[in-house]
Design a protein around this ligand. Structure first.
Ligand code: ASP
Length: 435
């Protein structure tokens, strides 16, 4: 008789708990040196054991993200049938994206003004953090210097060579718009498919359906490793994340957490209750596998296959709508990231004693929403854009070094919201389309 294992989301949750507990214990047994440098033996274990295991899991998923994005989006658009329906679904998606992003940034900026986390950090601690993360901060700033003017950024959404964009889409090395450009190509391809003679395009649609189903099988296999992979990823973080840095940046971390929680339980509950007519608790329960995967991988793109599956199977959203909304959303709708960027910019302004006027704060909010659209759905994808927002409002961008030590932890949390937001929008668009 075959042994019965608990459902996958329970296994992932157990992996998460075991990884976190083991990491915290290891951290307590092998404490960091007084200057904050992690214990050498523990660092060895993390670098040579835990991180590679986590990477195997992540790479198995990342390897299918591009064929999945392409096939899902083309099939989604082709499945919507005609350009008018696509326009309607696209417009609804855009409106929900803007409303959710505006709410999230609003919550973040308001909390940052009320709590004022930056005024709780002494000059000495600030200097120590900047020194410790100086080289990583310099890397991010150098990357942001390569940023192009807005005109070119917008033009780059139309790719010259979609294959070149695909090659660099996950690590940011594309010459043009990266994942957004890949999506543009897929969108146009899908629209063209609906306009070309069906007897000629049917075989191509069958091929893409075959690609989609095959890729989902690979993801299914990779997800069997999820409990172990998740445990390894969380262990790597918890083992070297000093409690000291959490204490130093406690107010900042709490402000981001508080904002994310408010948005998660408040705004999402309201939106899915009102527009998707779903009981919020049931909604969160049904998508828990995607929530946990997002938290553990810190990547909206790596979570895309899981979100597609749970949205379709557990929420009953039609495949063409889920494919369109979730695929586009995994790059273009990032509420958690927008909130985090709003809080971080204000926090760093407070740390440097720069008083941002109301107009500047509104600029920060708008830029944070736009940055959410341009952020790659990979771990740390928002950092280059954060540097750009800081520079726009005249805050020393190297200050990003102050928050890098807790970034991965916050990345896990904000990605959870990014993914949940996409699924909430898919459910709402599907429901409003049925009326
Ligand atoms: N890791 C985030 C995501 O994949 C992006 C970010 O905020 O860095 O959604």
């Amino acid at each position: 008789m075959r042994a019965r294992y608990p459902a996958l989301h329970w296994q992932i949750l157990i992996g998460l708990a075991v990884g976190a507990a083991a990491g915290l214990l290891a951290n307590a047994w092998c404490p960091a040196q007084p200057d904050g440098t992690p214990h050498a033996g523990l660092t060895w274990c993390v670098d040579n054991l835990a991180k590679p295991v986590g990477q195997i899991f992540l790479r198995l998923i990342f390897m299918v993200v591009l064929p999945l994005v392409f096939s899902a989006l083309v099939l989604g658009v082709a499945g919507l049938g005609d350009v008018r329906r696509l326009g309607r679904v696209g417009l609804r998606t855009l409106v929900f994206t803007l409303i959710l992003s505006a709410c999230s940034v609003g919550i973040g900026v308001t909390l940052a003004n009320v709590v004022r986390p930056g005024s709780h950090l002494s000059a000495a601690r600030r200097a120590a953090l900047r020194e410790r993360y100086a080289s990583q901060a310099a890397e991010q700033v150098a990357q942001a210097r390569l940023a192009k003017p807005l005109r070119e950024t917008l033009l780059d959404i139309i790719p010259k060579n979609p294959f070149q964009e695909m090659v660099g889409a996950l690590d940011g090395s594309s010459p043009g718009g990266g994942m957004l450009a890949v999506m543009f190509f897929a969108l146009l391809f899908g629209i063209a498919l609906t306009l070309a003679p069906p007897e000629r395009t049917q075989p191509l649609i069958r091929v893409l359906e075959g690609v989609y189903d095959t890729v989902m099988v690979i993801v299914g296999l990779a997800m069997r490793l999820a409990p172990l992979g998740v445990a390894a990823l969380v262990f790597s973080l918890a083992a070297v994340l000093g409690s000291e840095i959490l204490k130093t940046l406690g107010w900042y971390v709490l402000t981001v957490f508080g904002g994310l929680l408010l948005h998660f339980f408040g705004v999402y509950s309201l939106v899915v209750g009102l527009f998707a007519r779903l009981n919020p608790l049931r909604f969160f329960g049904r998508i828990s596998e995607a929530i946990l995967t997002a938290f553990a991988t810190s990547s909206s793109n790596a979570t895309l296959p899981t979100s597609l599956r749970v949205t379709e199977q557990n929420l009953g959203v039609r495949r063409e709508i889920a494919s369109f909304v979730l695929t586009v959303g995994s790059t273009a709708n990032q509420n958690g990231t927008a909130l985090y960027e709003g809080v971080t910019v204000l926090f760093l302004a407070q740390v440097f004693g720069i008083d941002l006027t109301l107009t500047q704060q509104i600029t920060v909010a708008l830029l944070a929403i736009l940055a959410g659209v341009g952020t790659a759905g990979v771990p740390g994808g928002s950092l280059p854009l954060l540097v750009m927002v800081l520079q726009t409002v005249g805050i020393p961008a190297e200050g990003i070094g102050i928050i890098l030590g807790v970034d991965r932890l916050l990345d896990m949390c904000r990605t959870t919201l990014n993914v949940t937001g996409d699924i909430a929008i898919a459910a709402c668009v599907d429901r409003t389309e049925r009326r």
